[in-house]
Design a protein around this ligand. Structure first.
Ligand SMILES: CC(C)(COP(=O)(O)OP(=O)(O)OC[C@H]1O[C@@H](n2cnc3c(N)ncnc32)[C@H](O)[C@@H]1OP(=O)(O)O)[C@@H](O)C(=O)NCCC(=O)NCCS
Length: 182
């Protein structure tokens, strides 16, 4: 059975593993091979460790009944102020073997709930324009709101933004009635 909960310091290794595994199965052809080859699990774990130390409730995890991490997502206040959306989904990744089983939907709704709990009533995210996962966001009611080049260090990659102007309505429609995440 799937369980959704917020992150703890002891989760960082598993998060870094799923994070990099998902990057390497999702982004070939969209991001340069050398960038994907250079991804380092220990370095990624350190980044997650810092994020979780400050904001454990902004990272939501999906575990199976054998305590195996299947996916995760993170959120917070929107980093830019140009777009009229209060919150932002920073990451959402479901491991390659666990995609297409409803986990991404549950994680996204849990992140929406988290933002609502923080008084953020709308949200957006950026996704690479070439990533077919963007149709997942369309399926979940996201409206395409902007396009730009995403800064990936030494180059830019076309990206599109999706927005949800009323998170409470999305959560209500999903039938998700739990008021807190364990
Ligand atoms: C995108 C992602 C988070 C979706 O999670 P998931 O668990 O695979 O998706 P779900 O099973 O919850 O799908 C929910 C709905 O979206 C649809 N959907 C999922 N991926 C889709 C896609 N690529 N294209 C069209 N529809 C899609 C499903 O068919 C399902 O539809 P339903 O309402 O008819 O049941 C996951 O596939 C993933 O991590 N992909 C690779 C990494 C990535 O690109 N992450 C996003 C970075 S911004």
């Amino acid at each position: 059975m799937l369980s959704i909960r917020t992150a703890r310091a002891s989760d960082v290794q598993a998060i870094a593993h799923v994070d990099i595994e998902t990057w390497r199965t999702t982004y070939p052809g969209m991001l340069p091979d050398d960038l994907l080859t250079a991804l380092d699990e220990r370095q990624r774990a350190r980044q997650w460790s810092r994020f979780i130390a400050h904001r454990p409730h902004d990272v939501v995890l999906a575990y199976d009944e054998w305590d195996r991490l299947q996916g995760f997502g993170s959120c917070g206040v929107q980093r830019e102020t140009v777009l009229p959306y209060a919150g932002e989904i920073f990451t959402l990744y479901v491991g390659p073997d666990d995609q297409g089983r409803g986990i991404g939907r549950q994680l996204l709704l849990a992140l929406f709930q988290r933002m609502l709990g923080e008084g953020l009533s709308s949200a957006m995210l950026w996704v690479l324009a070439a990533n077919p996962s963007r149709y997942f966001y369309e399926r979940l009611g996201g409206r395409r709101i902007a396009d730009r080049q995403l800064d990936m260090g030494r180059f830019g990659v076309p990206a599109v933004a999706y927005g949800w102007s009323d998170l409470a309505d999305v959560v209500r429609r999903s039938g998700r009635t739990r008021s807190r995440i364990d």
